[in-house]
Design a binder for this molecule. Structure first.
Ligand SMILES: NC(=O)c1ccc[n+]([C@@H]2O[C@H](COP(=O)([O-])OP(=O)(O)OC[C@H]3O[C@@H](n4cnc5c(N)ncnc54)[C@H](O)[C@@H]3O)[C@@H](O)[C@H]2O)c1
Length: 363
């Protein structure tokens, strides 16, 4: 044991960019930080004994010809990636991005994006073998929304074949699937998902607001959440976002003990690049159902917002691996996933999470 965490990643898009270059930002921060200096921007500086800077990447997969065959630290900066740029110096990682099977990862509409995905002509690698040979302890799934077949292919390779931990960062229901839950339990591999609540995103704000409405007895009459940005993820969400509408809506409606009309919308505003705007709109009633209206707007760099959550999830999976624990990590899913197998309010999930880390709760 060298205290490092070895991760593999599929989908070298904006999320992978922010995660990998963001970890480099923390590595550089630690080398120049004064003793006791506050570390900015993290939900947890350490989890167990692990810091963000202990995360390393040992394997990577994509299908875009600008990424496949490149060193990972160069591939993350190629088109159509447009994530916020950290002021860091990335050395070569020594990890070459491997070709994966395309399956349903590149739909026609991504070919008409103004920076279209160009599928590499390379032969797909043996994904399970690459995972095993690389020494990866877990696989991060950052495939485009709607890639149901590709998501299952990589989940099979990680959970059933290579038998490593797995985080599903996209809204395909994998961790909620009984078959994968059983395989993960049998193979002693921890799994977390589905889809991630960003560090401070629409879902987190909407859930906190709805909890307040429920606690205060406010009658929820109508609510919608509109999200827009200019990246490929939003272009894709506008064309095949059904699974994201589901994970976003259920993350909110599951907290309210009665049914109410809730809608989610996505739009694509190209010049905003990776900067996302979330607009929350609400109509309700207080005492005697007297009318009440609320609106809120958040602007945030989308992919760093996701990476801030993934650096925690990776470390919880590693703790589970250290403990020889397989199957769904319930408390981690409840706190970090938009669509966990079981939803509970965030403050309760946070207590369970702390109990899990302290070894007072199995999962
Ligand atoms: N940005 C956020 O805050 C956020 C939050 C929660 C969840 N997510 C989810 O994360 C996922 C990734 O988002 P992103 O912004 O990085 O997307 P992106 O479009 O920037 O990147 C996706 C990458 O996957 C690659 N790909 C497509 N098919 C593939 C295949 N078969 N095998 C290997 N690679 C393939 C593409 O070439 C591209 O590089 C999305 O599903 C999104 O819903 C994002």
């Amino acid at each position: 044991m060298d205290g490092k965490i070895r991760a593999a990643v599929v989908g070298i898009g904006n999320c992978a960019n922010s995660l990998i270059s963001g970890i480099q930002w923390y590595k550089e921060f630690y080398t120049r930080a004064k003793p006791g200096e506050r570390v900015p921007g993290l939900m947890h500086e350490t989890i167990g004994d692990y810091k963000v800077s202990d995360i390393e990447f040992v394997a990577a997969f994509d299908v875009d010809e600008r990424k496949v065959g490149q060193d990972l630290s160069e591939a993350i900066f190629t088109e159509a990636n447009m994530a916020y740029k950290y002021d860091v110096t990335m050395g070569k990682s020594g990890v070459t991005v491997q070709m994966g099977p395309v399956l349903d990862g590149v739909p026609d509409h991504l070919a008409t994006f103004d920076i279209p995905v160009k599928v590499s002509k390379s032969k797909p690698s043996d994904v399970a073998k690459v995972l095993k040979d690389s020494g990866a302890e877990l696989l991060l799934n950052f495939l485009p929304t709607g890639s149901a077949k590709a998501a299952r292919f990589y989940a099979d390779a990680a959970i059933k074949e290579a038998k490593i931990g797995y985080f599903n960062g996209m809204p395909e229901l994998i961790v909620c699937d009984r078959e994968y839950q059983k395989a993960a339990q049998a193979n002693k591999v921890p799994i977390v998902g589905d889809d991630a609540k960003s560090q401070l995103g629409g879902t987190a704000i909407n859930r906190a607001f709805v909890q307040l409405l429920v606690d205060k007895g406010i009658n929820i009459q109508k609510m919608y959440q509109l999200n827009y940005a200019g990246n490929t993820d939003f272009w894709n969400l506008c064309h095949r976002g059904a699974s994201k509408h589901k994970t976003k809506q259920e993350a909110v409606t599951s907290m309210v003990p009665y049914k109410f009309p809730m809608d989610t919308g996505f739009s694509h505003v190209r010049l905003m690049n990776d900067r996302k705007t979330m607009y929350l709109w609400f109509d309700g009633g207080n005492f005697g159902n007297a009318p009440l209206h609320f609106e809120a707007k958040l602007e945030v760099e989308d992919s760093p917002n996701f990476a801030g959550v993934v650096v925690d999830v990776i470390r919880y999976i590693k703790i589970a691996l250290d403990r020889g624990l397989g199957g769904v990590l319930d408390s981690v899913c409840m706190y970090y996933a938009k669509h966990p197998p079981k939803q509970i309010p965030d403050p309760e999930a946070r207590v369970r999470l702390d109990e899990f880390v302290a070894g007072k709760r199995e999962r």
